[in-house]
Design a binder for this molecule. Structure first.
Ligand SMILES: Nc1nc2c(c(=O)[nH]1)N[C@H]1C(S)=C(S)[C@@H](COP(=O)(O)O)O[C@H]1N2
Ligand SMILES: [Mo]
Length: 334
């Protein structure tokens, strides 16, 4: 039998490291004995569950929504619902992909308010459940691409971000939009432990330029597959930016602030040379530790049967969004 050795210059997808590994390494190097121990544990526990084939994950608590169905775009195959709700990045509940579905039940997502404030003439508080219960949400089927080079295609239910922002009447000084996730270590165990939470300084924060936020594709989701969002997918309200890497799509939002200066963003603060503010999906701009030329699409076969496919510029939404970046060097503004 021929045993092929991989050359270190050509990493395979096994070498593609999750966003968290940068932090793991930093914490371990710092020699935080306890930190490193608790850090190694949740991840191993997750793998053991997988090997044992345990049904550790309870069915997510969701409710059916009033929503208008979207037609499946040509060539798009949906990621099965159970894959979308069991393979997640939501570090507030641990950094292993199986953690958010396991630990998300401690999140109290009802009632829920979001403040829309800052450089606006009419700041207001959005009662999210009022909106969910009283309005017909729009369904949008979007491709979703994580910076870790896996992707899905999902039916979201929600409203256009621009519609919500317009209600607050942004002033001429509103140049950026800053988003913040809930901060409550009692509900979010990853916020109570630097190990479990991947070393992130919480709350998780994200941001957009105002013209990106006003683009018709920018979406605030309150549902997935026609039901309210499970905790692990960002209940009860999260951002969906289909042409950007997944980390821009901040979950469980409590604050939307219009601001004059570019706001700080969580992954950029952690590793500025790896994660930029723009984070537009681009097959030609590699991550410093792996190629972005292709991605593993998570479909019927799940994570292990994921199908390799080429990455599309702006995740396939160039017609809608390329004009936002005219004249910008996309290698510099990654
Ligand atoms: N608050 C918060 N939002 C977050 C994250 C997170 O850890 N915390 N992870 C991001 C990343 S890296 C991705 S890929 C997507 C994953 O969304 P999904 O689990 O619904 O697929 O959520 C993003 N939003
Ligand atoms: Mo991601």
């Amino acid at each position: 039998m021929l045993i092929k050795r991989r050359s270190p210059q050509h990493p395979t997808e096994r070498d593609v490291t999750p966003e968290s590994v940068y932090q793991d390494r930093r914490l371990i190097l710092k020699g935080l004995g306890l930190g490193a121990a608790t850090l190694a544990f949740p991840s191993q526990a997750g793998v053991l569950d997988l090997l044992r084939g345990e049904q550790a994950v309870a069915a997510p608590v969701t409710k059916p929504l009033i929503t208008k169905g979207a037609a499946l775009p040509e060539g798009v195959v949906l990621t099965p619902e159970d894959k979308a709700t069991s393979y997640n990045n939501f570090y507030e509940f641990g950094y292993d992909k199986s953690d958010p579905a396991k630990y998300g039940h401690t999140l109290k997502s009802e009632p829920w308010q979001v403040r829309i404030e800052g450089e606006v003439a009419k700041p207001f508080t959005l009662d999210v459940w009022d909106l969910i219960n009283k309005t017909e949400l729009e369904e949008r089927i979007y491709r979703f691409r994580c910076v870790e080079a896996w992707s899905m295609a999902l039916p979201w239910n929600g409203i256009s971000l621009a519609d919500l922002l317009r209600r607050a009447e942004p002033t001429s000084r509103a140049k950026f939009v800053a988003f913040e996730t809930l901060y409550d270590p009692e509900q979010m165990p990853g916020q109570a432990s630097r190990g479990l939470g991947g070393g992130i300084d919480y709350p998780y924060v994200e941001g957009l330029r105002i013209d990106e936020a006003m683009n018709p594709l920018a979406f605030l989701a309150m549902g997935l597959y026609g039901k309210t969002l499970p905790a692990q997918n960002g209940a009860p309200i999260r951002l969906v930016m289909p042409w950007k890497y997944g980390f821009k799509s901040i979950k469980s939002i409590v604050s939307i602030r219009l601001v004059e200066e570019m706001p700080p963003t969580t992954w950029n603060l952690l590793a500025p040379n790896e994660y930029g503010f723009y984070a537009n999906v681009n097959p030609q701009v590699d991550h410093p530790r792996w190629s972005q030329a292709s991605e593993r699409f998570i479909g019927e076969g799940g994570v292990f049967g994921a199908k390799r496919q080429p990455t599309l510029l702006f995740n396939g939404y160039a017609d809608e969004v390329a004009s936002l970046y005219q004249g910008m060097d996309l290698r510099k503004w990654y």
